[in-house]
Design a protein around this ligand. Structure first.
Ligand code: NOJ
Length: 547
């Protein structure tokens, strides 16, 4: 029997929602968005050119993956100057122009902040490695060899192999959680903190609306560098990093103080009347540990990224459990957020299939909290198979053939039917999706039932009905593959019902909803609502309204 169940929303929202609570954010991977100078790599002018598209799509903010000067060993996550722009992407003046144009369209702009590590070619690291008594020696993590001359402990890089690199001239190892070209900073050193906090102010002062903070949970390591325990569940196909549990190399209590210091910097801009700035922390941790990053006595980041939907079993009951448990775990005032994919993870259309990618879009854009979209997902892009000779990603090059590489999810945005899908006049740095002649933005914008049209409608409906972004969330009873919930804000009540399977299902509606009308379906054609029940077609998601 259907009916209202426990209202799971634990946190009442302040009377006026803040922009980062109602906004839908769109992640731009700048290398792959739009090239304007024919080098096969996207650039800032390209993003500026496509603001119109983003505005029409209906997102409210963009997060741009790193644009700073970089040798590109890890495609921009290895930075040599935190306050500049890599010439491949343009200039600081291009960035200022992009920011101004985005703001003029009402779009917020978030940058990627990469505080855990610098490039090994950063001038700080050059100084640090120049001698043991250099004043910047302690800006990085230097350790003597183990008694056998090997690495100081068993920590493994996320990209495979020991996380320690030997520096023969000074006779010590330095720590790198990722590539050896990405040396970890010593965040226990106050001078490092001060320098990096200045970087945040540099961009905030220019008008940037927030940061996505790279690997926030990695930033502080156990002070005495004990070994990590072995992982009893390790299987080689997981990647070598999973040989050990990263208990001592990540998620140390001190990082929460750093997150709070960063938050204080962000909040100081609002206090000066310069508008709210938002911090989104990249944190891959179980929910109970993730929640600590909202802060306790002192506020932490606004949004510790919640990646659970990326890997969740696509099954109605377990999704319902995951969502209610996450809601219940939020601390007072903690604002939820949801994500289906990013530049490191398999695309949603590949994981869930094309039919369910539409249902997933409806889920993402009707859950309580802030959603982040990954570029190209609105076109239903799949992971693109990259021939071995064209592989770029160091993750794949270091552990080939295990499906760990990220090139497949970073391929150029297909814009139209012109050469190279309108992405570049040159040779794209990665191959396009093979179906780009039909799967491209221009074509799909004209198709009434394309996934792009659905994303636009969903974003418009979400904007028009506050219940969808900030309303209370309550699970509804449903059976089989159907996952259904109610969203309520003031007098407005909406129902979202998602069929995660391919077979039709009847959904019993709660009493108050017997006169509901269909606001939006993921499928063409009128949905059929009886008085007390509605028939969901296979792979269909619907939003019903009571008005
Ligand atoms: C997380 C980023 O998302 C990923 O792309 C990068 O390789 C690592 N951090 C290292 O910066």
């Amino acid at each position: 029997m259907a009916g209202d169940r426990t209202v799971t929303t634990p946190n009442a929202l302040p009377m006026t929602a803040l922009w980062w609570q109602t906004c839908a954010t769109y992640q731009v991977y700048p290398r792959s968005f739009q090239d304007t100078n024919g080098d096969g790599i996207g650039d800032l002018k390209g993003i500026e050119q496509r603001l119109e598209y983003l505005e029409a799509l209906g997102v409210d903010a963009i997060w741009i993956s790193p644009i700073y000067p970089s040798p590109m060993a890890d495609f921009g996550y290895d930075i040599t100057d935190y306050c500049g722009v890599d010439p491949r992407f343009g200039t600081l003046a291009d960035f200022d122009e992009l920011l101004a144009q985005a703001h003029a369209r009402g779009l917020k702009v978030l940058l990627d902040f990469v505080p855990n590590h610098t490039s090994d070619r950063h001038p700080w690291f050059a100084e640090s490695r120049s001698s043991r008594d250099n004043p910047k020696r302690d800006w990085y993590l230097w350790r003597d060899p183990a008694p056998d001359g090997g690495p100081p402990n068993n920590w493994i890089s996320d990209f495979g192999g020991s996380a320690w690199a030997w520096d023969a001239p000074t006779g010590q190892y330095y720590y790198h959680a990722f590539l050896k070209e990405q040396a970890d900073l010593n965040w226990r050193n106050p001078a490092v903190q001060a320098a990096m906090f200045d970087v945040m102010r540099f961009w905030f002062d220019r008008g940037v609306d927030g940061f996505r903070i790279d690997v926030l949970w990695h930033m502080v390591k156990a002070a005495d560098f004990p070994d990590n325990p072995p992982n009893p569940a390790y299987q080689p196909e997981m990647g070598e990093m999973h040989r050990v549990l990263q208990l001592n190399s990540t998620d140390q209590p001190e990082v929460l103080g750093i997150a709070a210091d960063m938050r204080a910097i962000a909040d100081s801009y609002d206090a000066k009347g310069q508008g709210d700035r938002v911090l989104i922390g990249e944190i891959y941790l179980p929910v109970d540990r993730l929640m600590r990053y909202y802060g306790r006595e002192r506020a932490g980041v606004h949004l510790p990224f919640n990646f659970q939907l990326i890997d969740a079993p696509w099954e109605a009951r377990s999704l319902a459990k995951l969502i209610t448990e996450y809601e219940a775990a939020l601390p007072p005032g903690g604002w939820p957020n949801w994500v289906l994919g990013n530049h490191d993870r398999s695309r949603v259309a590949t994981k869930r299939g094309h039919a369910q990618a539409l249902v997933a879009a409806m889920l993402l854009l009707t859950l309580r909290g802030t959603p982040t979209l990954y570029y190209g997902d609105e076109l239903g892009l799949s992971d693109v198979a990259i021939p071995a000779a064209l592989v770029q990603d160091p993750r794949e090059l270091r552990e080939p053939g295990r499906g760990l590489g990220r090139d497949p999810v970073r391929t150029p945005m297909p814009w139209d039917e012109s050469r190279n899908a309108g992405f570049t006049a040159g040779r794209p740095w990665l191959p396009l999706n093979t179906d780009w002649p039909t799967r491209n933005a221009a074509r799909m914008a004209d198709e009434p039932h394309s996934i792009l049209t659905l994303y636009r409608r969903l974003l418009a409906v979400r904007r028009a009905h506050l219940a969808l972004s900030i309303g209370d969330f309550a699970l509804l009873d449903a059976e089989g593959d159907v996952f259904a919930y109610e969203r309520r804000h003031n007098a407005e009540r909406l129902i979202v019902a998602l069929n995660l399977g391919a077979r039709p299902h009847r959904l019993q509606l709660p009493g108050w909803a017997s006169n509901c009308r269909l606001l939006l379906s993921t499928l063409p054609g009128e949905a059929r609502a009886g008085d007390a029940a509605m028939l969901l077609r296979g792979n269909e998601g619907v939003i019903l309204t009571s008005d």
